[in-house]
Each structure stands twice: as structure tokens, then as C-alpha cells.
Design a protein around this ligand. Structure first.
Ligand code: PLP
Length: 383
């Protein structure tokens, strides 16, 4: 059986996969089992910020794997403490909880908000995506993901994105926190307006409600800053991150203010912050910094956005809008865009289609201008 046939036979059918088997990656490129080369403009869905198999990340993983892979959290380990210090420096927050994925980071934030406020209400937004475990799913807007698993965690209300008044109206004495993405990813690349996050921050302060920002997709340079909230000049009370944090190695984290603390035994996970994951993450952060990838995300992102904005239609499908920040860009079409994903893949560029109509660009931040021009020529060949 081919891997595609075996998958159909042995794996739970939760994913719609593109019909190629990837066998190797290097930098911005991946190769399939037939040896065909692609420019990976999705980067494992905003994960491989340093590209595939960056030598520094590979070396750090190899070195740590030969030294100490896993200990549990019953002991202290240096990589975990070092990474916590890095994340505190980068986020401006005070304490870290480590886990293994974005959805787990969302669960930690939900529990911390409940624990520290004594309240159980949350306000999330239309088109939000915070994960698939039951708590995170309860904050995720899409009916298709939610309905088969109801009843979900109660107490969540959804309001229009980019509408601070809607949040003001939804706050009740039971509200623990507002849960937001500064740029909505899975929901179709919707960017928060300049004043929106500021107004929400002020509202949360005046109403004694926590502001939780989900930087799982936007974090680590994706939007042209370490974190998207920097563009808005606000600091959340709790922030969650995952995806690019490990440069491809699974790790998630929640950062929070010092006065928001769990008590011993309140929360935990066996693998969270293990030495191997933390070593991969430390190397990833080092590469982002030493290769100036944040500046690259900002300038090449602006270039790509501008060029894509001059395109009126692809394969007969009219463009409604092109939106984004840094190297997180979506082309929103009048109708479904999965056929465009097939067409670009056949021409050697990997993309995906999110929220049905949005062709999403999340290339590794190490991509060069020349490679972006190559991607653009593939896209423009469909005009
Ligand atoms: N939050 C956001 C903004 C995401 O984009 C995602 C995943 O796409 C998640 C949370 C969930 O992360 P994970 O898939 O690692 O559980």
C-alpha cells in the first residue's frame, strides 16, 4: 500500500490532506516521494519559521537528545528555566506555564482565568479559532467544529470581531476574560483595527476583566514583530503561544502576569517544557534574532501583500480582498479556493485554503525576495 492508501486504512479520517507524501525539507523547500520540489508557503501552518531543518535547530536537538530528553516536571532542568527567562523577556509578562500545543495553552489560560477571578464567563469573537480540546473548542466560533461535540463548556459568548462596543455590551458580572487573536488566522486572516485592541484593553481594565491574547499563530515574528500585540501598544494579562515556539518541535506555553498564579497541583502535563522541546525552542529564538527574521517578515510581508493586492482574479475566481500583517497574508476570493491550492501545488508552491475562501500565505520567515518573486510568478500564471 502507498502511504496515501495506508492513511485511509489506518488513520482517523480527521484531516483533509493534499495528495503528496513529503519526505524531506531544507530551508523554504520540501520534496515529495517522487522527488518533486516545492516552495513551502505554509511552513507547517506557521510553525517552521526558520525553515525546514535549520542547521542550528537540528544541532541543538541532536545535542540535547544525546544529553537528556525527558525528565517530567518532578525535577528542575536548565533548558526549561532558560526558555522561561527568554519568554519573559520577549513577552513582558512574568510567569510561564509550559505545555505541548496551542490548544493546551488555551486550556491553561481558561483555567488560570477561572482560578484567579473566581468567575466562569468568557467573551470570544466571531471567526475565532483557539483549538480543538473541549475548553478551547468552546471559545472557537465555527459551528461545524462545535456542534457534534456539544454540550461544550458553558459561559462563552461570541461577539463581532473589531467591535469594542460589542464586547462592552457582552461583559457581565460573571465575565472572567476576553479571549482574542490580534490577527485571526484560521478564521480567514482578519487583522484587528489599530484602536480595537487599545479600546478592549481599556475596557478590560475598567471592568476588572482579564485580556487573554492568543498568539499561537501570530507569535515569533510572523506579523513583523515578536508578537502581534506589539503593533497595538497593549499588553495582555495572559498570552498563549505554540506553533513557531519550537520551530517544528511540539511545545506550547502560557505567559501571565505575576499576580495571576495557580496553586501547586492546579494544573500540569507530563511532557510540558521538557529539555528537548526547550532546546529546540531556544535555538529557534536564537535564529529569529541572529538572522533578523522579524525585520524580514515586516519588509517582505509588505512587499508580498502589495503585489498580491494588485491581482484581480485567479483562475476566474475574483479576489474580494487581500489582508495581512508581516508574512501572514490571506487572499479572500468570491468563492471556494481549494482548486487554487491544487493548481499552485502542481506548479511547485504549497499554500492552503482557510475559512473556505481565503488562500493563506505563511511562508518560513527565512524566505528571500527572490523566492517570493518565484511564488508570485506562479500565482500570476493563474491570472
Ligand atoms: N490558537 C490559534 C490562533 C491557532 O491558530 C491554533 C491552531 O491553528 C490553535 C490555537 C491551536 O493550536 P494547536 O493546533 O497547536 O492545538
Amino acid at each position: 500500500m502507498t502511504p496515501i492508501e495506508s492513511e485511509a486504512r489506518y488513520i482517523q479520517p480527521t484531516y483533509t490532506r493534499q495528495p503528496i507524501t513529503l519526505t524531506r525539507g531544507s530551508g523554504t523547500r520540501v520534496w515529495d516521494a517522487d522527488g518533486k520540489e516545492y516552495i513551502d508557503c505554509l511552513a507547517g501552518i506557521a510553525v517552521n519559521v526558520c525553515g525546514h531543518c535549520h542547521p542550528k535547530v537540528v544541532k541543538a536537538i541532536q545535542k540535547q537528545a544525546a544529553t537528556l530528553i525527558h525528565t517530567s516536571n518532578l525535577y528542575y532542568t536548565e533548558p526549561q528555566i532558560k526558555l522561561a527567562e527568554e519568554l519573559i523577556n520577549l513577552t513582558g509578562l512574568d510567569r510561564i506555564f509550559f505545555c505541548n500545543s496551542g490548544t493546551e495553552a488555551a486550556e491553561a489560560a481558561i483555567k488560570l482565568a477561572r482560578r484567579t477571578t473566581g468567575r466562569t464567563g468568557f467573551i470570544a469573537t466571531e471567526n475565532s479559532f483557539h483549538g480543538r480540546t473541549l475548553g478551547a473548542l468552546s471559545l472557537t466560533h465555527k459551528e461545524k467544529y462545535r456542534t457534534p461535540f456539544e454540550p461544550l463548556v458553558p459561559g462563552v459568548s461570541f461577539v463581532r470581531y473589531n467591535d469594542a462596543d460589542a464586547i462592552a455590551e457582552a461583559i457581565t458580572p460573571e465575565t472572567a476574560a476576553v479571549f482574542l487573536e490580534a490577527v485571526q488566522g484560521e478564521g480567514g486572516i482578519h487583522v484587528a483595527d489599530t484602536e480595537y485592541l487599545k479600546e478592549v484593553r481599556e475596557l478590560c481594565d475598567s471592568q476588572d476583566v482579564l485580556l487573554i491574547l492568543d498568539e499561537v499563530q501570530t507569535g515569533f515574528g510572523r506579523t513583523g514583530a515578536w508578537f502581534a500585540y506589539e503593533h497595538y501598544g497593549v499588553l495582555p494579562d495572559i498570552m498563549i503561544m505554540a506553533k513557531a515556539l519550537g520551530g517544528g518541535f511540539p511545545i506550547g506555553a502560557m505567559a501571565s502576569r505575576n499576580d495571576l498564579q495557580f496553586e501547586r497541583g492546579d494544573h500540569g502535563t507530563t511532557f510540558g517544557g521538557d529539555p528537548l522541546a526547550c532546546a529546540a525552542s531556544l535555538a529557534t529564538i536564537d535564529v529569529i534574532r541572529s538572522e533578523d527574521l522579524i525585520e524580514r517578515s515586516k519588509t517582505l510581508g509588505a512587499y508580498l501583500l502589495n503585489r498580491l493586492q494588485s491581482i484581480g482574479s485567479l483562475a476566474g475566481n475574483r479576489v474580494r480582498e487581500v489582508r495581512g500583517m508581516g508574512l501572514m497574508i490571506g487572499m479572500d476570493f468570491e468563492s471556494g479556493c481549494s482548486d487554487l491550492v491544487d493548481l499552485t501545488r502542481e506548479r511547485g508552491v504549497l499554500l492552503n485554503c482557510t475559512a473556505d475562501t481565503v488562500l493563506r500565505f505563511l511562508p518560513p520567515l527565512v524566505i528571500t525576495k527572490q523566492e517570493i518573486d518565484q511564488v508570485l510568478s506562479v500565482i500570476e500564471s493563474l491570472e
